[in-house]
Design a protein around this ligand. Structure first.
Ligand code: ARG
Ligand code: ZN
Length: 418
């Protein structure tokens, strides 16, 4: 009798799971303006998270919208889509398992093993890794505290100096400005490891590090990153509290002083692209801006790492105007994209941000450009929506190798030109 009862309970649990109650990601395409409006409405009025584009204001006719729909709003959302004859396909049906896969740490690989760099790591682990890396490379790696986050977590950058030539220029790379883009911090770790182990063994890496110091900020938005591990995997912004609103967070990539909060950003604290109360209102963006202001004579190349969509972007994003060295930047991005294609077979789009995706003012790349750092790029790493932000750990290696290829192509050109 007892076994029968247990069996009955398990059966019920099981059927409970197999009904249509998964969190899903839908790819939705609106054909008409009316459908666009319905979709904008769905993404703002119902409990969903927009994956692509970053904000409903960017939704257009024929654009492929990726929308995360939690189980409890699944029926309502699908009914609305059906009612307005809006076509959709299910992109992801197993988000729970994918999240589990991304956070599972079965083995405790040593930080020196290559498998360590093929997993995602918690914020605490990344802090340990920063220290460990500096301790193990005392003559070449320094930790620099550039500021602290809204919730007072330290912002540590690593400085790699592999060669003591005088008058070296520098390369800056930041990762993880947007919390849910986990492949970005993974890339920063990968890049440091790759640089340290291939210096003196790989011609390009050696050439780059002989000519440039490298600053790497692995997690620009530690509060947001932490929050994606503990509470909400889909979180994008930082975690600052706004006066007069219960909504939390500023989009740090709308908070820089480059046509701040014009079209493509929002004054509304509840928006995913909220620009903040004023330019550099956030301690994270201010720390990066302060550091770059005081190092603008040495830093010649600025890279900021995001995901997803596979693009190599350069200024401007805050206006449709072309920058003065547009042709240079275009050629560099083109060569980088061609190298990725040749070595790894993947397609990366490239071009000025505003023309390639959308107007998005207040970004770090544009601000840095206007500061005088004329080689400034935003990388959008893998993938193109197959897994989106939930890129499985097994894809980290290829995503990072592609990005290293692009960094090399661009850095070598900068060295040639300066
Ligand atoms: N998806 C990125 C964002 O919306 C693109 C960044 C491109 N650069 C920029 N300044 N908006 O932040
Ligand atoms: Zn991003």
């Amino acid at each position: 009798m007892k076994t029968l009862l247990i069996w009955f309970v398990l059966m019920n649990l099981d059927t409970g799971h197999s009904t249509e109650t998964h969190d899903q990601v839908l790819s939705i395409t609106s054909k008409t303006q009316e459908q666009v409006d319905v979709l904008k409405n769905i993404s703002t009025q119902h409990e969903t998270v927009l994956w692509q584009p970053d904000s409903p204001q960017y939704i257009r006719e024929e654009s492929h919208v990726h929308l995360f729909v939690p189980a409890n709003s699944s029926k309502t959302v699908k009914d609305l889509l059906q009612k307005h004859s809006i076509a959709y396909v299910i992109l992801l049906d197993n988000t729970k398992e994918l999240i589990e896969m991304q956070t599972r740490n079965v083995s405790t690989d040593p930080r020196s093993s290559s498998s360590y760099y093929q997993r995602y790591h918690s914020l605490e682990e990344i802090y340990y890794w920063i220290n460990w890396t500096a301790q193990n490379n005392p003559s070449t790696v320094k930790v620099i505290l550039i500021g602290s986050s809204y919730e007072k977590r330290p912002l540590y950058a690593l400085k790699l100096t592999l060669n003591n030539r005088p008058n070296k220029t520098a390369l800056w790379i930041d990762c993880g400005i947007h919390a849910r883009e986990w492949i970005a911090p993974a890339f920063c770790l990968w890049f440091v490891q790759h640089s340290l182990s291939f210096y003196g063994r790989n011609k390009d890496i050696t050439n780059i590090l002989d000519n440039m110091d490298v600053y790497v900020l692995p997690v620009m938005n530690p509060d947001g990153y932490k929050y994606t591990w503990t509470t909400d995997r889909m979180w994008r912004k930082n975690r600052s509290i706004s006066k007069g609103s219960s909504c939390i967070g500023v989009d740090l990539n709308r908070n820089f002083d480059a046509n701040w909060c014009t079209m493509g950003a929002s004054h509304e604290p509840c928006s995913q692209i909220y620009c903040g109360a004023f330019p550099e209102s956030e301690p994270e963006s201010q720390a990066v801006a302060d550091f770059l202001r005081s190092h603008k004579d040495s830093v010649q190349l600025y890279l900021t790492i995001h995901s997803y969509s596979q693009m190599l972007l350069f200024p401007y994003s805050c206006t449709l105007d072309e920058v003065e060295n547009h042709q240079d930047l275009l050629e560099m991005a083109q060569e980088a994209a061609q190298n990725i294609k040749r070595h790894y077979g993947n397609n990366y789009k490239y071009g000025a941000g505003a023309k390639t995706i959308y107007l998005a003012p207040g970004g770090s790349d544009d601000w840095v450009y206007n500061l005088g750092i004329k080689y400034s790029f935003t990388f959008e790493l893998q993938d193109r929506g197959e897994y989106g932000f939930l890129l499985p750990p097994s894809h980290i290696s290829k995503a990072c190798k592609e990005a290293v290829t692009a960094v090399k192509a661009i850095a070598l050109k900068v060295i040639e030109k300066t």
